[in-house]
Design a protein around this ligand. Structure first.
Ligand SMILES: C[S@@+](CC[C@H](N)C(=O)[O-])C[C@H]1O[C@@H](n2cnc3c(N)ncnc32)[C@H](O)[C@@H]1O
Length: 415
């Protein structure tokens, strides 16, 4: 099990995506071992800065001089001891067995035994930046931003939230079933769900994994975070025809088609568009789908609404993809901001209104992008008004620690 976890961590370190790497490697593993491996890999990625702080505490070698495989094995061992209730002797023995060579083994053994014997003194809230960066494992640039925007208590809440396992939400496919009958059907398959407050057709999973149910295969629901479901509901207030120009894998397009929109979906990537098309089929939806670069689309008509669910840093989903937080740096945000502006300028020619949605709340990708455009107040239907959003300059942001959602931003642009 631990060897698979280490292999996954090494692949992710070389640029892999955590969900994709885990999905592939876990296919070859006994089903009962998958929760342990997933927890170990995702935990190490989430808590990397804290684990490295502990390793530096005891290591006579600088972290960048430790071989990557040995460093990842050490991170795993410390994570198991600190957060996974593995008996200490077993965590040490199994971690030492992961590395080759007597010198490496005694190095790992020594650090883990010191970690067990001696308490690491992690930075406390008296040093807020160090506390967020190391104790709560947040990139320093991101910790600084939180401290500029919020008091330390809220920053701490955000850091803990983004280091936790995210909730799973389902969107009921109203074209095929009703909320009540889906709840009953899922219960028969051992999945317990609860209705989301203020958001119709949204269910939160309390127990079980809905990904292996017949209800999923039969297209009775789509797995989609509450923040993305909110985007669909906002769009539902604007017209009844939409061009979703960054559509794959089809979450928002399919939502709008379920609501009754005529939907045109395009994406720059053919493999990703194929994924969207298979989702539309499963859900029983007819959606006109085509490959197009939103920067140079071969579109000949105008739409009342264009949806731009733009490529972005994904800093609002680092609880799902924790490797992202170690890859993104502010310079990268500036590059993305240029692309986002270019996409918006390009598609504004085809739409009366453009709904801009991103799974990030960084200023480069929100305020800075939108400063060149005419922004309108977002229309919020029904009970969505009761959801506690954050709002600045007509841009709406989810408050993830209040509604347990992704960190998303929404804005409506007019000509
Ligand atoms: C955030 S994802 C969209 C998620 C989707 N709307 C959903 O709800 O399932 C962004 C998408 O934009 C696509 N993309 C990136 N650059 C693009 C471009 N220049 N034109 C069109 N699509 C692009 C990516 O392939 C990716 O599928």
């Amino acid at each position: 099990m631990r060897r698979v976890a280490l292999k996954a961590l090494m692949e992710i370190e070389r640029g892999g995506n955590s969900s994709a790497v885990l999905e592939r490697l876990l296919r070859k593993v006994k089903k009962r071992n998958t929760p342990f491996i997933t927890e170990l890999v995702m935990g190490v990625l989430r808590w990397r800065n804290r684990l490295d702080y502990a390793i530096s505490y005891f290591s006579n070698k600088r972290l960048n001089r430790i071989e990557p495989e040995v460093l990842n094995a050490l991170r795993m061992g410390i994570y198991e001891i600190e957060k996974m209730n593995t008996p200490e002797y077993a965590a040490v023995k199994e971690t030492v067995n992961l590395v080759r060579g007597s010198w490496r083994r005694s190095f790992v053994n020594g650090i883990l035994r010191n970690f067990i014997r001696e308490q690491v003194r992690y930075p406390t809230k008296d040093e807020p930046l160090m506390f967020l960066t190391y104790t709560l494992s947040t990139p320093e640039w991101k910790a600084l931003r939180w401290l500029e925007d919020f008091v330390i208590e809220k920053s701490e809440k955000l850091a803990l939230y983004y280091n936790s396992t995210p909730a799973i939400y389902l969107r009921v496919n109203r074209k095929k079933t009703s909320t009540e009958s889906l709840i009953r059907l899922l219960k028969r398959e051992g999945i317990v769900v609860d209705k989301c407050k203020n958001l119709p057709f949204c269910l939160r999973v309390l127990k079980g994994n809905p990904r292996f149910t017949s209800a999923l295969k039969n297209g009775l629901f789509y797995v989609q975070d509450i923040a993305s479901q909110i985007a669909g509901f906002i769009a539902s207030e604007i017209g009844n025809t939409v061009w979703d120009c960054c559509a794959a894998p089809g979450g928002k397009s399919s939502h709008l088609a379920e609501i009754g929109f005529k939907v045109f979906s395009s994406d720059i990537s053919l493999p990703r568009l194929r994924l969207a098309i298979s989702n539309f089929r499963r859900l029983g939806l007819e959606i006109h789908s085509f490959v197009a670069d939103a920067l140079r689309p071969s579109v000949r008509r105008k739409f009342p609404l264009v949806l731009v669910d733009s490529p972005c840093s994904s800093m609002g989903i680092i609880h799902r993809a924790p490797e992202v937080k170690w890859r993104i740096v502010p310079e990268k945000l500036k590059e993305l901001s240029v692309l986002q502006k270019r996409i918006l300028k390009s598609v504004l020619r085809y739409g009366e209104k453009v709904l801009y949605v991103v799974c990030t709340q960084e200023p480069e990708e929100t305020v800075n992008v939108l400063s060149d455009f005419n922004i309108e107040e977002l229309p919020l239907p029904g009970d969505i008004k009761k959801i506690p959003f954050l709002e600045k300059e007509k841009i709406l942001y989810t408050d993830p620690t209040e509604i347990y959602s992704d960190g998303m931003s929404y804005a409506l642009i007019t000509k």
